[in-house]
Ligand binder design. Structure first.
Ligand code: MSK
Length: 671
């Protein structure tokens, strides 16, 4: 049996440094026609991250390759070619510096996601205790299924009591003092992963402790062993997963589990006749209230001269509202400032994560009100509401009224909304997917997918996740890889700003199936569409939600592994973050690898400065966990490598199955 070997392994190509030396000159680096329209017709002085990226070129090659250490005040230290400069002042080698920098990104990502989950759990607790009257338990079925999964007694327990128990159990995952692993991790993974994480000693017991310990492990004078540092990083990536799972589960309980829903995406969804409010960030706790308040205050908007109020979404709060409320998704990460350039956005209401300070300078060119709402996320000069769940709707109404006031000052002559928009069919929670599959096989719904893979109708699944990154033209890598894989019969799932890119370009429509899917994928989707009676048809890419909702895809992976009777590293399932940018993307990618998923990253992370760390993340990780990083900046090459990984798994699965039948044994556990 050949050892799995990714074709460019061990050959560090210095992709990151080569790219910065190319020094792009044109700020209009996008393949989204709406963004292109804004960048080419904007007024003078309206700057965005597209311009600021150019101003930063060439970027520092020490930073790009991860061999710059700023952990103590003697630094920054850089790793130079010759002794004694080839070590930091303290003697740290390239591999220690690269590994520490990398895992500290994971700690950043895990903090963000777990904080989101904590907020959801605290809100659920307040609802259960009657302290947040504007919220309710919308999905009792989900509450009961989550409660049963985490080992609570469900029968006969009143809803609010059960909600309290689920919230407390979730909060226990943040501060447990015993050796028991985190509940929301342990209850959602395969037996094989539980054994692997125990064996490798990376099973976390508490979210907060794990993140704090990783920071402690990587301060000056602590861990210099790159393998040990990376294992600490992977343990932290698993608390990222835990916090995300808590966030998704509880958001579904509070606001409803997404079901198929039709809406639209891109900047063309803004409407000059309406008060336009852009919700931005990640946490639906605020944005759900904004939607409700906007519906209530329609008459006030009309009295101000508008036809009504239009709420749109940016980034992942946009994805959350799209999935549950059918709110249009106006922009993903790279086009957030361009939404303001339309001159038609009256207010941007932000909760947490991914809104950039550059929004402020741009908003000053227009009448747009910027509103921050979280004590940890303020932008100087913006309006700030100290958002409290206890007064949620009242505060949301005040924010909407600010937008209506701003609308009165809008200069109609400066409104410049691009026409570009596409229909989107979203709402593919795991529950939706299972329901669709049950129309074909009611007893074993997931078998519909695994059978299609084993029969060669589809090649496997690919999860598209992650952000935009100014290092690559906006959305280009997302679209290129999606089209390449669809052509080769890969079933596509998407979350976060990757979902935004694919939605904006019309890939979440049945028409895209006709345009881009290979024959196998087409016949699979048509069969499913007919059996489930899905109206208005199945899209090419299944939108699974915000970046926090990547655990929905992980749950599908786990269900497929259980259906096949194998552990996750044998499942033909890959992931890609074609334009990864945020630390959250690093932490998601890291837990994908621990779950046994070959994970492509289309923007080189800062690991090229250490051949040892590069080898660990691209090769050794596969030997230990069954998943590994595929670091490839060329999107076509990235697609080819993802396809290779899928085909290898299908080949091996078939081979092992044949051997098991021939010798009447269990399926081999190895990968
Ligand atoms: S918003 S983390 S830019 S996906 Fe989730 Fe988009 Fe990445 Fe933020």
């Amino acid at each position: 049996m050949p050892r799995y070997r990714e074709s460019t392994i061990g050959q560090i190509t210095n992709q990151a440094v080569a790219k910065t030396r190319q020094r792009p000159k044109d700020p209009c680096r996008t393949c989204d026609p709406a963004s292109e329209h804004m960048l080419t017709t904007r007024g003078e002085g309206q700057l965005s991250q597209f311009d600021r990226y150019l101003a930063q070129q060439p970027q520092c090659s020490f930073g790009l390759t991860g061999i710059c250490c700023r952990l103590c005040l003697q630094g920054p230290c850089r790793i130079l070619p010759k002794e004694p400069g080839n070590r930091g002042i303290c003697g740290a080698r390239d591999y220690a510096i690269v590994a520490r920098n990398l895992v500290r990104s994971i700690a950043g990502g895990a903090s963000s996601h777990s904080d989101h989950g904590r907020h959801a759990a605290e809100t659920l607790l307040k609802v259960a205790e009657g302290k947040a009257p504007d919220y309710k338990i919308t999905d009792e079925e989900k509450l009961r299924s989550v409660a049963a999964r985490i080992g609570l007694e469900v029968e006969g327990v009143p809803t609010k009591e059960l909600a309290k128990q689920v919230a407390l159990k979730a909060l226990e995952d943040y501060g447990r003092h015993t050796d028991e692993p985190c509940t929301f991790l342990w209850s959602t993974i395969t037996e094989g992963r539980r054994k692997k994480f125990t064996h490798c000693d990376i099973a976390p017991t508490a979210i907060d402790k794990t993140i704090a310990q990783l920071l402690s492990q990587t301060v000056m004078g602590m861990d210099a062993d790159p393998v040990n540092i990376i294992f600490g990083g992977l343990k932290t990536a698993l608390v990222d997963y835990t916090g995300m799972h808590i966030g998704t589960d509880i958001s579904d309980i509070l606001f409803g589990t997404p079901k198929p829903i039709v809406s639209e995406a891109n900047l063309g969804t803004l409407d000059a006749d309406y008060v336009n409010i852009a919700t931005h960030g990640h946490n639906p706790t605020l944005s759900e209230m904004v939607v409700e308040a906007a519906r209530e205050l329609e008459d006030e908007a009309k009295a101000a001269g508008a036809k009504g109020i239009r709420v749109v979404g940016i980034c992942c709060t946009g994805n959350e509202l799209l999935m549950r409320q059918g709110v249009s998704l106006a922009a993903n990460q790279a086009s957030q400032e361009l939404a303001i350039m339309t001159g038609a956005v009256d207010a941007v209401i932000m909760d947490v994560q991914c809104f950039i300070p550059g929004l402020k300078a741009l908003s000053e060119c227009f009448h747009t009100r910027l509103i921050t709402t979280n004590e940890m996320a303020k932008i100087p000069g913006s309006y700030h509401f100290d958002f409290k769940e206890e007064r949620a709707l009242e505060q949301a109404r005040d924010m909407v009224r600010l937008a209506i006031e701003a609308y009165k000052n809008r200069d109609a002559s400066r409104v410049n909304i691009p026409a570009e928009k596409h229909k989107v069919i979203a709402g593919f929670s795991l529950e939706t997917v299972q329901e669709m599959l049950a129309a074909v096989n009611p007893d074993r719904p997931i078998k519909v997918i695994t059978d299609a893979i084993e029969a060669g109708e589809i090649k496997g699944l690919c999860l598209f996740a992650g952000c935009n990154n100014m290092k690559s033209p906006q959305d280009e890598a997302h679209l290129t890889i999606a089209k390449e894989l669809a052509k080769k019969d890969v079933l596509l799932l998407a979350t976060g700003c990757s979902a935004g890119a694919l939605a904006k370009a019309g890939l979440m429509t049945p028409a895209a199936v006709e345009a881009y899917a290979g024959e196998g994928l087409k016949s699979f989707l048509r069969r499913l569409e007919e059996a489930s009676g899905m109206e208005p048809g199945l899209p090419l890419v299944w939108h699974m939600g915000s970046c926090v909702d990547n655990t929905r895809a992980a749950d599908l992976l786990t269900a497929m592994a259980n259906e096949l009777g194998v552990d996750t590293p044998k499942v033909p399932f890959v992931a890609t973050a074609p334009e990864a940018m945020h630390e959250k993307a690093v932490s998601i990618g890291a837990w994908c690898v621990t779950m046994g998923v070959p994970t492509h990253v289309g923007v080189m992370p800062p690991v090229e400065g250490s051949p040892l760390v590069y080898g660990i993340v691209t090769q050794i990780a596969h030997d230990v966990y069954g998943g590994h990083f595929i670091l490839e900046e060329d999107p076509k090459e990235g697609a080819r490598k993802l396809l290779d990984a899928l085909e290898y798994r299908v080949w091996k699965l078939r081979l092992h199955r044949k051997a098991a039948e021939k010798y009447d044994t269990e399926l081999a556990a190895s990968w």
